[in-house]
Design a protein around this ligand. Sequence first.
Ligand code: HEM
Length: 215
Amino acid sequence: MPRRAETAARGMRLHPWPVRIMHWTNAAAMLLMIGSGWGIYNDSVIFNGVYFPQGIKLGSWMAKSLQWHFTFMWMLALNGLAYLVYGFATGRFRQRLFPIRVGDVIETVRETLRLHLAHEDLSMYNAVQKILYLVAIAAGILQVVTGLAIWKPIQFAPLVSLLGGFQSARTLHFLGMSVLVMFLAVHVALAFLVPRTLLAMLNGGPRQAAAEPAE
Ligand code: HEM
């Protein structure tokens, strides 16, 4: 049997290579955007007394941070768009992130409070994981939309109005970042607590059973 047909018969990997490439590209772009965003924020803080220490921001001063931010926003937006198209076109979002049942959420929270993080079957995300991934995806989209509004407020004037004005768009951009940082803290901690998941996001993980041929 030719190699490609043989691979198809054995099924795809848990995380096919496009997902892995897009995931790690997104992780790198997010970290660069967050670090440089903190540098830009410091120049004109939104919340008095809230600023980011020199050691954790990217760019020695505001203009440098802006250059980093404007460079990597393209990587984040294009990679994110590719991930959304892939997720919808291949049915990955439907299969992996839905359905979310209230009963499953309660059960997962109960298990987590008992510090039971088994995650036996890597091919099934638990209900809380599904919600967290959807929140991260939504926050990523919000960052691109609010970012566009504050990047070109004249060209995107209707979008700025829709977001409640320039300052409001800026505050939403900051809140989106805060959600993503909280997501990252939980997400990375869980990945290291269950290292099999991390390995699978690197090597693709086990092959999934091939779909049954139509009768
Ligand atoms: C830089 C550190 C990161 C690490 C170590 C990491 C690790 C992982 C791992 C191990 C998985 C697989 C989870 C599983 O199979 O149970 C995963 C999936 C996922 N991660 Fe991350 N991640 C990182 C950054 C991010 C960022 C910045 C985002 C988005 C803001 C993100 C969003 C996602 C999403 C949406 C999935 C599900 C992907 C899918 O199945 O299509 N990750 N991550």
